[in-house]
Design a protein around this ligand. Structure first.
Ligand code: SF4
Length: 440
């Protein structure tokens, strides 16, 4: 390959990321490890000597997309370039994946992700090789995900993640603070904390409830330029004091609650091996709204889990109508080999599952739009994510919108630099997006 032909020319890499924000963090760190090993970014996948596809194994559709992308990049790479598959699919289906995709030069599980140059290019790795603790490259946006733990201690019946990500492994708070501090120094204003089960952070280290003191530590970085800390993925049983009151008290932590509810019917939640019920969830929302009327809520739900009855489905529809979440995502149940649900009876036929999903969306969409309409005329603080090119408006977000997941705010005025906070008045709701004009 190029490196062997001409040792003076540094090899170029391209990393393609599929799946969730947690995978995006891994990709950042894979990039850091490649750069530490002397590789430089390619201008495109076709120009790279090493193409890395960070795969997602979450559900069948995600696996198919990972394979499609890998095949496409295998076909478009330049002669001699190496193709490596990493990420959840590589970890979970390593041998099968290697056999099914002979185009790949290597399939590397989590253990090898921090040393790809070594695995693929026969280079000697240097420095730290624990992916969680690798330094980050300079971020391209004024926000960044920070993974505070890996793995999960729960056993939700539909989920295969604990089987290949393992039990929870929390990072030391010092290391997290150092990473956040470095990101802020590189111009990041908003940190998005992620983990499989964020509020469980610290339990494996004998420190339950450690998320609250971690938030206090991060809040101390406000004078350095940290303007927002956002939390993604809160298991509902853990959404209580002191975590909630701390989230609402600290200036940098936004009142955005991403609750992992999955359903609202208590019997179905038990079948899913999860905590909660629609009534409990509504009480939780009421309690938070009473303390912080402007709090924003997101959740995701699985539709068509084995054994889901019409009664369960109606409990979910009723809950959605009552909860008035700002944002909600609905996913058709996907059978995952090796999970408890894979052996369950009561399979919901595909057409019924999709009909139920449509009904959920039909209830939720007007709620989301109404929540956006309700903000029209109010004053908001927008973090500018990117400057519009070719006359396009700058685009940013208030605390109500998580990056890459929710809507955005288009700012009428040009000239706002990424990373700046702009006070603006919302002029119009455009479905999930907002149009706003800067004040003063
Ligand atoms: S809490 Fe999330 S990651 Fe953990 S088992 Fe349940 S669904 Fe999977």
């Amino acid at each position: 390959m190029a490196l062997a032909e001409d040792a003076q020319v540094p090899a170029r890499y391209h990393v393609e990321t599929l799946g969730c924000p947690k995978n995006a963090v891994d990709s950042d760190k894979v990039v850091a490890s490649l750069q530490a090993d002397g590789l430089v970014p390619a201008t495109s996948a076709a120009d790279a000597d090493l193409v890395v596809v960070n795969t997602c194994a979450f559900i069948e559709a995600a696996r198919e997309e990972s394979i499609d992308v890998a095949l496409e990049l295998a076909g478009s790479r330049k002669p001699g370039a190496k193709l490596v598959l990493t990420g959840c699919m590589a970890e979970r289906y390593g041998d099968e994946l290697a056999a099914a995709l002979p185009e790949a030069d290597a399939v590397v599980g989590f253990g090898g992700e921090g040393a790809l140059a070594d695995v693929v290019m026969k280079r000697k790795p240097t420095g730290v090789r624990d992916l969680l603790e690798l330094p980050r490259p300079a971020p391209a946006a004024p926000w960044a995900y920070v993974k505070i733990a890996e793995g999960c201690d729960r056993a939700c019946a539909f989920c295969a993640i604990p089987s290949f990500r393992g039990k929870q492994r929390s990072r030391p708070p010092d290391a997290i603070e150092a990473e956040v501090r470095a990101l802020v120094e590189m111009g990041v204003s908003e940190i998005v904390l992620v983990a499989q089960d964020l509020a469980w952070f610290g339990r494996d280290a004998g420190e339950p409830g450690a998320l609250t003191p971690l938030l206090r530590r991060l809040d101390q970085l406000a004078p350095n330029g940290l303007r927002r800390v956002r939390l993604l993925y809160l298991y509902p049983s853990e959404v209580r004091d002191p975590l909630v009151s701390t989230m609402l008290e600290l200036e940098a932590v936004v009142p955005y609650f991403d609750l992992s509810l999955q359903h609202a019917s208590a019997p179905l939640l038990r079948r899913m091996r999860r905590w909660g019920s629609g009534e409990r969830f509504l009480r939780m929302l009421d309690g938070i709204r009473a303390a912080a009327p402007g709090a924003a809520f997101r959740s995701s739900f699985i539709v068509g889990f084995p054994g889901e009855t019409e009664t369960d489905h109606h409990a979910l529809l009723e809950f959605l109508g009552a909860a008035e979440l700002d944002w909600a995502g609905f996913f058709p149940y996907s059978r995952e080999e090796g999970t408890a649900a894979a052996a369950m009876d009561g399979i919901v036929p595909d057409d019924l599952m999709h009909e139920r999903l449509r009904e959920c969306v039909d209830v939720q969409d007007p709620i989301t739009w109404a929540a956006r309409e309700a903000i029209v005329g109010t004053e908001v603080e927008v973090l500018v994510d990117q400057v519009g090119e070719d006359g396009a408006r700058p685009v940013g977000r208030t605390y109500r919108e998580a990056p890459e997941i929710d809507g955005v705010v288009q700012l009428e005025e040009v000239g706002a630099e990424p990373g700046t906070l702009v006070r603006a008045r919302v002029r119009e709701a455009l479905g999930t997006d907002l149009r706003a004009s800067a004040l003063g």
